[in-house]
Design a binder for this molecule. Sequence first.
Ligand code: NAD
Length: 487
Amino acid sequence: MKAQPTASHFINGEYVEDTAGKVIECVYAADGSVIARLHGATPAIIDRAFTAALEAQKVWASWLPVERARVLRRAADIIRERNEDLSELETLDTGKAIQETLVADATSGADALEWFSAQAHSLSGESVPLGTDFAYTVREPLGVCVGIGAWNYPTQIACWKAAPALACGNAMIFKPSELTPLCALKLAEIFIEAGAPKGLFNVVQGYGDVGAALSTHKDCAKVSLTGSVPTGGKVYASAAAGMRHVTMELGGKSPMIVFDDADLEDAIGGAMLGNFYSTGQICSNGTRVFVQRGLYGRFLQRLAERTATIRIGDPLDPETHLGPLVSKAQREKVLSYIDKGKAEGARLVLGGDVPSGTLFDKGFYVTPTVFADVTDDMTIAREEIFGPVMAVLPFDDEDEVVSRANATPFGLAAGVFTQDITRAHRVAASLQAGICWINTYNLTPVEIPFGGVKQSGLGRENGKAAMAFYSQLKTIHVALGKVDSPY
Ligand code: NAD
């Protein structure tokens, strides 16, 4: 099997196996072949991971910030040196086009490690004068943090969680999605090479039951989940029972609003990136594209022309834009949404099917799909599809579109395209979303906070804000006088 790792789990600085765990088959989405076979964690593996992480966390937290920062920075450098190999593995793990994985996955992970290495230096508290007394605050690590990943960005998700967690002095146990178990193991190897204590970053494999066991373990201080809203609800509820900290990066059905005065080509570029990049498997995608009536016809015509140029094919071919979906089940789900779109009266502009040809027979491909004349009540305008399916909806005026854009239980992201600077900021202020882009879409540099409101999540990844979600505040009140007691 071409991507078989040494063993399923990476704990305390080494690969570990327990064949009693449930079998996980890693399938290459481009041809349906099994490229690796692993095992989910047993209770013994889970305990072993916590024992190692608890030990390592104590050591790590005692290091100087500059020493911790150096390890994160070295890990970033190693990732960049190995970008080609890591990107190829990411493509095998997910089926995403190598053209993308070379620039958006390991590289983004390296950015996070580099940026949070600098944050490790600047973690500090405040001093509060209190008359003759004073108080000071310190930011302490939480302990052992559990990271649980989705399958669309396995390396990036692992790094986006590990970087702030480790920068704050925590240890991490990371469970990748069962669909993409391979990439995080490489990250675990890299941390050891970069000089991290053994057990600081551990990877255990498994399905949802392992995620649940990790996030309810007595030694788990925090859970950071990237996944769907239903899973988020379960993990949040179990975290509440144990009074654990959480970060929830969940799903979305984000609006992108294109006003008549927008730059047409930029708006179309944003809409295409925000619907077809990573074969549409991005949580923040702008899957409801609202286009003002005056631009609607021209927008659809140019969108169709440009979408027709997307090259769908072998994800390892550097010329390919669009690879397959991650799994057969995901393709079935996406096709069923396309059927619903047609049945409920949306107008199929292009795509909507499985491409034909020998290359596509065994993989999980769906052509880039555009529906026009979509209405707010249609299923494809309400539910997250997580595939290359764009819904275009006409609108007339600003108040109307803002209220329609906000009429969703999700609130991850939003976008507005207009040349009117006042309107751009007014609309951005009115949209219920954790991040709003003006005249661009889906840019997520590690310097800025990312996360959702409403059902789309809690807490923030990236940016300085992330540090608050991986640390806790302690206040120390220092009395300099006598204790004033009536007793
Ligand atoms: P999912 O919810 O099915 O699974 C996510 C992870 O949770 C997997 O590792 C899974 O094994 C684990 N899990 C499942 N049940 C669990 C339980 N009861 N307790 C603990 N862990 C459990 O999601 P998915 O299908 O892997 O990913 C797609 C979803 O992720 C989409 O909804 C997408 O929007 C979302 N997502 C969000 C972001 C973000 O940053 N907001 C990024 C990527 C993906």
